[in-house]
Design a protein around this ligand. Structure first.
Ligand code: GLV
Ligand code: MG
Length: 360
């Protein structure tokens, strides 16, 4: 079988379409806030959210009633056209959409309408229920044709939701299927259903998924501590590896219990520590949590800058507070420092907090 040459991945897939990017820009995207473009109450809030959240996502797929699919699509076009500062390469708040699934009767019109009408404002198209590279190839070529037709100069990026067992099995080929691939999100609800997991929760843990301390003195009926485990650890870690391998960005997904802000924060923080850059937000109060959790703490940045300063040319080893630091731990620190710099560039409050740090 003759494979496509690596060079060909960087040729547009349609005559007149913009050239694919060689690197996916690391734009801050701590919270991807979902809204229903057919819901007037949510739409009214959009202009005042611009500048307060990294990504606003017009949702066209699940959670939008079949009768509202066309209204949602048209609503999104209006919002993109009428909201200053939303979407496009310079915008502080990116504009994303989640299109309907590729086997639905709506997705073709979603793509043809949105690219023609607001393709210059649309930063990322999130594709749900992706099964394998073939789904990305379909969207890739179609986007190129539509971009060429619309005369766009910048390629629209693609984000896949990891929410089928086959998608999980194919996660690496999905990440590498196109230079448009921007990232992946975990879709814990659809994925749980597809895998026939027995949780009915949208993300988060489950009290039944636990480990139990050994019996004391052989007494199986005696008191024994239990610890709830993370149902999503394997999946998130696998997603992070696949994304890092391909130079794209991993995200946690929805956390459905809006009232449990503590557990949402824990789930988000676990994802952040494992390598994710952001999460979905289903309610304005989750934006604040995500912005906080997916920004490195002042303490971490203070420590990281100290290591950077102490490591000089970046080689060798030093002792700081009784701990060994070397080339590798310097790289760990640079992950945080570089992220902090990117976030500070768009978040003045965060910048002020990082600027106050004195490295002694
Ligand atoms: C998100 O789409 C999910 O299914 O969890
Ligand atoms: Mg889903």
């Amino acid at each position: 079988m003759s494979h496509k040459s690596p060079k060909d991945f960087f040729a547009p897939l349609a005559v007149g379409a913009p050239a694919p990017l060689r690197e996916i820009p690391a734009r801050p995207s701590r919270a991807i806030h979902f809204f229903d473009p057919s819901n007037p109450k949510m739409v009214d809030k959009v202009p005042q959210m611009v500048g307060t959240v990294d990504v606003l996502l017009g949702n066209l797929e699940d959670a939008i009633k079949a009768d509202n699919k066309v209204a949602a699509r048209e609503g999104l076009v209006r919002i993109a056209q009428e909201t200053p500062g939303l979407g496009g390469p310079e915008a502080k708040t990116q504009l994303w959409t989640r299109i309907n699934s590729l086997d639905s009767p709506w997705v073709l019109d979603d793509l043809t309408t949105l690219v023609a009408a607001i393709g210059d404002r649309l930063d990322v198209v999130m594709v749900p229920k992706v099964q394998g590279a073939e789904d990305i190839h379909y969207v890739d070529r179609l986007l190129a044709q539509l971009e060429a037709k619309a005369g766009l100069t910048r390629p629209i990026l693609v984000h896949a939701i990891l929410e089928t067992a086959r998608g999980m099995a194919n996660v690496e080929e999905i990440c590498g299927a196109s230079p448009r691939m921007q990232g992946l999100s975990l879709g814990p609800a659809d994925l749980a259903a597809d895998r026939k997991m027995k949780t009915t929760r949208v993300g988060g843990g489950h009290p039944g998924y636990l480990v139990r301390e050994d019996p004391k003195d052989g007494n199986v009926d005696g008191p024994r501590a239990t610890y709830q485990q993370d149902l999503w650890h394997y999946t998130i870690a696998k997603m992070v590896d696949a994304c890092a391998t391909h130079g794209i960005y991993p995200y946690y997904g929805p956390f459905g219990d809006i009232t449990d802000v503590v557990a949402a924060e824990d789930q988000f923080r676990n994802a952040f520590l494992l390598g994710c850059v952001g999460t979905w937000s289903l309610h304005p109060k989750q934006i604040e949590i995500a912005n906080r959790v997916f920004s490195p703490s002042v303490e971490d940045i203070k420590h990281a800058r100290r290591v950077v300063a102490a490591m000089g040319d970046g080689t060798g080893a030093v002792m700081l507070d009784g701990k060994m630091e070397d080339d590798a731990s310097l790289k760990q620190c640079l992950v945080l420092v570089e992220l902090a710099d990117r976030l500070a560039a768009i978040d003045p409050q965060l910048k002020a907090r990082y600027d106050e740090i004195e490295v002694d």
